[in-house]
Design a protein around this ligand. Structure first.
Ligand code: GLN
Length: 485
């Protein structure tokens, strides 16, 4: 049997079910590796002691019918975990201990999984490089100088570095798919309304979705099956017939029509990305699918639209952090002074930038010109996809316009940082599912990802396409374990 932390979730589940491994063996192995991972800075809070206790308890009375029997899992620190500190990567929530559990994490524990710890992320999930976290940046297990992507950078680093078998992240504009692409793993952003937002620290409520991040497509399908559920506690949760995504997974995609949108061929895109895309086109053809050139004419407006809608919603969501109801409070001479100091000292620069943009575009003089206009353009972007899906079953694009960049490379240039989201944000604006799979390496050996975008609620279809492509691609991640002393 191969080393425990190298095994996929599916293998671990099987090995625990047929008693070749105990939950304690598995939990110990991941804790061991996680303890050596300090340099990656992937964890904000660890829960190792109680994870081991839970594993022992599980082994005494194992429920082997569950989907994640005794499997240790670390999650992004944006999910509220009852009685365990939940920071959202921020100073303002540095001492926040929720009294409730998010629905998606609850679903995971209900299937027998065990919390390993809370993973680092950009402050309030705002960022593309995991450099805005109050707890410091995360390093990529691929190379110490690289960002792991963001905002679910700790999650990506932890899965690629084998500190956790799988994880869940959140994706508002690309925060699952972009870090998955940068670190050579699989990440799925589900259809808006598929996974409950209850108990997730809110960034932009009309865009936020939780989703799985894993080493392979099958693991991703299994975890998605566990977290996706109808939840009356979230008014935007949708009650639809959910598939048994892992059981129904098939690599037979013969006859599927895959759209190739010409607008994703953006200026300045490196040749390596174009070549990867062409390879992807060949792979789906080799699987018996047909590719069709399509147009999504409003694609170039997606980024500006996102950077109006997301900050607008963020500024409203973050109004609750006033030093009274939650977390950090600065001393002030009076109430207003306390509010001002709490928010100036409690929020980092990127979050303050978003609050300023958001309140500006929502202010009475500018609401119509910016916010309302952005909402109209958002509808046009959605219409583009609806039109395309009359002809095709799914759409294939690169996940990101480049491979992972260097730590510090874009920190002083927010616009170039925002440009990294160019291929992922349209999917959130339209509420669609999208999956990123590792598909190759650039000349420096850094991973590159391809994105498959589906129709709403068609996760099974994009998982199947990803599964078929994965077999052809046969990607091997180049993890050097540089951080292990
Ligand atoms: N990078 C994007 C942003 O900073 C997306 C973040 C996310 O998906 N949470 O807004």
């Amino acid at each position: 049997m191969s080393e425990i932390t190298k095994q996929s979730l599916t293998e671990l589940v099987e090995n625990i079910k047929n008693k070749k491994l105990s939950s304690t063996d598995v939990t110990k192995a991941f804790i061991d590796r996680s303890e050596k991972s300090e340099e990656l800075n992937a964890y904000i809070t660890n829960d190792f002691t109680s994870a081991l206790e839970k594993a022992k308890k599980f082994d005494q009375k194992p429920n082997l019918d569950s989907k994640l029997p005794g499997i240790p899992i670390a999650v992004k620190d944006l999910f509220c975990t009852k009685d365990i500190k939940t920071t959202a990567g921020s100073k303002i929530l540095n001492n926040f201990v929720p009294t409730y559990e998010s629905t998606v994490t609850e679903n995971i524990w209900n299937e027998g999984a065990i919390l390993l710890g809370k993973l680092n992320c950009d402050e309030f999930a705002m960022g593309s490089s995991n450099e805005t976290s109050f707890f410091g940046n995360v390093q990529s297990p691929i190379d110490r100088n690289l960002v792991p992507g963001g905002s679910s950078g700790g999650s990506a680093s932890a899965v690629a570095g084998q500190l956790t078998p799988v994880t869940i992240g959140t994706d508002t504009g690309g925060s699952i798919r972009q870090p998955a692409s940068f670190t050579g793993i699989v990440g799925l952003k589900p259809t808006y309304g598929s996974c409950s937002r209850y108990g997730i620290v809110a960034f932009a409520s009309s865009l936020d979705q939780a989703g799985p991040m894993a080493q392979n497509v099958k693991d991703c399908a299994l975890l998605h099956e566990v977290i996706s559920s109808y939840d009356p506690k979230d008014s935007t949760s949708i009650d639809f017939n959910r598939n048994h995504y892992s059981k129904e997974l098939t690599n037979n995609i013969k006859g599927k029509k895959i759209g190739i949108p010409k607008e994703y061929r953006v200026d300045g895109m490196p040749k390596e990305i174009e070549d990867l895309w062409q390879k992807g086109i060949q792979y789906v053809k080799d699987c018996g699918a047909e590719t069709i050139d399509i147009s999504l004419p409003n694609t170039s407006y997606a980024l500006p639209t996102y950077y109006i809608v997301a900050p607008a919603e963020a500024s409203s969501n973050l109004a609750r952090y006033d030093g009274v109801k939650y977390g950090f409070r600065a001393k002030g001479e009076n109430l207003i002074d306390m509010y001002e100091k709490t928010r100036s000292e409690g929020f980092g620069a990127e979050v303050q930038r978003r609050i300023m943009i958001g309140t500006y575009v929502l202010s009475s003089g500018y609401y119509d010109a910016y916010y309302l206009k952005a909402q109209k353009v958002r509808k046009l972007i959605k219409n583009d996809f609806d039109e395309a899906y009359k002809k095709v079953d799914a759409i294939l694009t690169p996940s990101t316009p480049s491979s992972a960049f260097k730590i510090g490379e874009k920190t002083n240039d927010p616009v170039s940082m925002y440009l990294n989201d160019i291929f992922t944000v349209p999917v959130n604006l339209a509420g669609l599912p999208g999956i990123s799979i590792p598909a190759g390496h650039d000349s420096k050996g850094y991973p590159l990802g391809l994105q498959i975008i589906g129709k709403a609620f068609d996760e099974q279809n994009i998982l199947n396409i990803a599964y078929a492509m994965e077999e052809k691609i046969n990607f091997k991640n180049k993890i050097t374990d540089w951080w292990i002393k």
